[in-house]
Design a protein around this ligand. Structure first.
Ligand code: HPA
Ligand code: ZN
Length: 329
């Protein structure tokens, strides 16, 4: 077994983290009060929901407190402050869904400028680097809307925005319908990832073949989650040959059987996939990078070699330039 302190202190890059899911409940409550946004429950109970779609609703509601450039800067700053302390975060690639924030009157360039302010501050204060991934919520964004989101990202190109992603409920937004948005992103020089085979859904709702669609139709460079792929030996064998990096998350409060995620991650590693460890929505799930690693290792019993493997995988799987990767290795 590895000491928890070693797991917390080993340097990490994080490739799967939604900015709206990182907000401290106290910050959400403070900003909601300032802006007169009604919340369903007090801060201590805010992050509770009956199911996956209920979780997504609270996520989108919390996002509504980010209204100014300063709010976006603060969100980046507070997450990096927490993750530096809890898990020695050194690099993070944040998902942000621009359409979550438009109801507040902020435009795309201003939200990106706010996050860029935060990135500059966390570089200075914590030595953390960060990039941004413009994300499409498949539950509420039509394929046409997804194309618009990519067009906006390309029209207001910012050096920190390096790719696109696809989140939300996979059972109502299968990957193939977003082919046009992905083709446009690739043509514009953006990298591509997508949430795929999430285990909140059954392998019938989020089937292993979604991996093949993400690979061949969306032409993804990376895959978020991936657990339901374990239901197909063929898909697992393909994924092993392909060598894409995966970004599963060790802890989620959406699954009540705690060891499930660690056991699925173990099987992904044993099948030879390139695996990284991430937090997804750390504040909302009541976790952090250090906690994710300690839970995973306490459940599986891996030694320090695996901790070093995950640490290095997170650098190799990142979308940093070679020179930045070299700095982190
Ligand atoms: N799954 C799908 N959509 C999401 C998630 C997730 O875990 N977190 C934030 N949006
Ligand atoms: Zn996610």
């Amino acid at each position: 077994a590895v000491a928890d302190d070693y797991l917390r202190r080993i340097p990490k890059a994080e490739l799967h983290c939604h900015i709206a899911g990182t907000l401290r409940a106290t910050t959400v409550a403070e900003l909601a009060k300032k802006y007169g946004l009604p919340l369903p429950r007090p801060a201590e109970q805010l992050y509770q929901w009956p199911n996956f779609d209920g979780f997504l609703e609270i996520l989108r509601l919390s996002a509504l407190v980010l209204r100014t450039r300063e709010d976006f800067s603060r969100a980046v700053y507070e997450y990096c402050e927490d993750a530096s302390r809890d898990g020695n975060l050194r690099h993070v690639e944040f998902f942000f869904n621009p359409d979550y924030f438009y109801p507040n009157g902020i435009d795309y360039p201003s939200m990106v400028a706010g996050m860029a302010d935060g990135v500059e501050r966390v570089g200075r204060d914590f030595g953390i680097s960060a990039r941004l991934i413009c994300c499409i919520d498949r539950s509420i964004n039509s394929p046409a809307k997804a194309v618009e989101i990519v067009e906006t990202a390309l029209a207001h190109r910012h050096e920190l925005v390096i790719g696109i992603g696809l989140d939300g409920n996979e059972s109502v937004g299968p990957p193939a319908i977003f082919a046009e948005a992905y083709a446009l992103a690739r043509k514009g020089g953006l990298r591509c990832t997508a949430h795929c085979c999430e285990d909140y859904l059954t392998p019938l709702e989020a089937p292993p073949t979604n991996y093949l669609i993400c690979r061949d139709v969306l032409r993804c460079d990376r895959i978020d989650h991936g657990y339901n792929m374990l239901a197909s030996d063929y898909v697992m064998a393909e994924a092993r040959k392909d060598g894409l990096y995966f970004t599963p998350c060790a802890w989620t409060s959406l699954l009540h059987n705690r060891p499930h995620r660690p056991q699925r991650i173990r099987r992904m590693v044993e099948a030879g996939l390139n695996v990284t460890i991430n937090t997804d929505d750390p504040a909302m799930f009541g976790t952090n990078l250090g906690h994710g690693f300690t839970t995973l290792f306490d459940t599986i019993g891996w030694g320090p070699d695996k901790a070093r493997m995950f640490s290095l995988n997170s650098v190799e799987g990142s979308w940093l330039d070679e020179s930045d990767k070299a700095r982190l290795r």
